[in-house]
Design a protein around this ligand. Structure first.
Ligand SMILES: Cc1cc2nc3c(=O)[nH]c(=O)nc-3n(C[C@H](O)[C@H](O)[C@H](O)COP(=O)(O)OP(=O)(O)OC[C@H]3O[C@@H](n4cnc5c(N)ncnc54)[C@H](O)[C@@H]3O)c2cc1C
Length: 301
């Protein structure tokens, strides 16, 4: 398997065999991916996707790995990560065009430097732009759906396509990419902000980052909020009221600081996290008759 893969791509592609996914996820969990490829051009992306299709191989495109629960058995197939060439960022008046691999934090800093307001809420989300568009990431009343103007992606027939804002079908933590209505690789997005005052933008960013530092267990590996917010309830409060703060299965623990987070105490397996998720879901169902849906995405065998 994977014979000849190095021959079909340029020498700029970094191909790593049997790469531990725990090195690439914010949970610090996940077994080996057969192939981990860091890709820096659309041409190489197309070559890999074609190779995978011809050989019936699964491919998974990852961002920063901050919303992923990769299984202990890893991923049979090719994990693709976009490289530095996809981190480019430019501004034209109130529009910023940014590569999918750029971090949300670098984008927020860039908006600040250019005195553009409307993205402060995102400062502190540890994802990439591609992952944020895919998930319609949001916080403190803002979300990607408020700012995305147009996204460029590669479709499954290897065409470069553009998608206008209203065609993303953004909803709570979802987009047309997440629902697989479009099976595409996000390459870049253009966001529209407004001219603002640099000092006020910086103060806004500080406010949000401080709220995160105060409320979230940022010193421990996690994938952020594990569950989606059900209508009319606060997940953290429900779990806390059940007395589950600090509850542990194996190396997975309901965070002492924020009950909506599960943290890896150091040696957690994906299995531990999944068991803890199931346990929380059953307790919440029993007491509140609420079905908690996961926001974190499971990948792998
Ligand atoms: C401490 C902490 C705090 C967090 N706070 C928040 C928060 O406030 N709000 C929030 O919404 N989330 C939050 N998250 C979760 C996470 O950061 C977001 O979901 C983020 O958008 C995921 O981006 P990523 O680049 O890490 O994507 P990944 O986790 O790598 O991938 C997520 C999904 O996006 C897809 N994807 C990624 N890049 C591409 C691409 N280029 N093309 C197509 N598909 C792609 C992947 O296939 C996968 O299905 C938090 C996580 C942590 C660890």
């Amino acid at each position: 398997m994977y014979e000849g893969i190095k021959d079909i791509v340029s020498d700029k592609v970094d191909i790593i065999y049997d790469e531990e996914m725990s090195k690439h996820t914010s949970f610090k969990i996940g077994g080996k991916a057969d192939i981990f490829a860091v890709v820096d051009s659309v041409e190489d992306l197309i070559q890999i996707e074609k190779y995978a299709k011809e050989n019936n191989i699964f491919t998974f495109i990852m961002g920063n790995g901050s919303n992923l629960l990769v299984s202990d058995n890893g991923i049979r197939g090719i994990v693709i990560k976009l490289g530095d060439e996809f981190k480019k960022i430019s501004v034209e008046e109130e529009y910023i065009t940014v590569g999918a691999a750029c971090s949300i934090n670098a984008l927020a800093q860039f908006a600040l430097e250019n005195e553009l307001t409307g993205f402060e809420w995102a400062f502190g989300i540890p994802g990439s732009v591609g992952g944020a568009v895919f998930m319609n990431a949001g916080a403190y009343g803002g979300s990607m759906s408020d700012v995305v103007f147009e996204t460029t992606y590669l479709d499954e027939n290897y065409n470069l396509c553009k998608l206008e804002s209203d065609k993303h079908k953004f909803g709570y933590r979802k987009s047309v990419f997440k629902t697989k209505e479009i099976n595409g690789i996000i390459l870049s997005t253009k966001i529209k902000l407004k001219k603002g005052d640099k000092k006020e933008i910086w103060e806004g960013m500080q406010k949000y980052i401080n709220a995160r530092i105060e409320k979230q267990p940022l010193n421990m590996p996690s994938a952020g909020s594990v569950f989606k917010r059900p209508d009319g309830h606060f997940v953290g409060k429900m779990i806390e009221d059940l007395g589950l703060k600090g509850f542990t299965i194996g190396g997975a623990q309901v965070s002492e600081k924020h009950a909506g987070f599960i943290v890896n105490l150091g040696d957690a397996t994906s299995k531990d996290i999944k068991e803890l998720i199931k346990y929380i879901q059953s307790k919440v169902k029993e007491k509140y008759n609420v079905d908690l849906e996961t926001e974190v995405l499971e990948v792998g065998e």
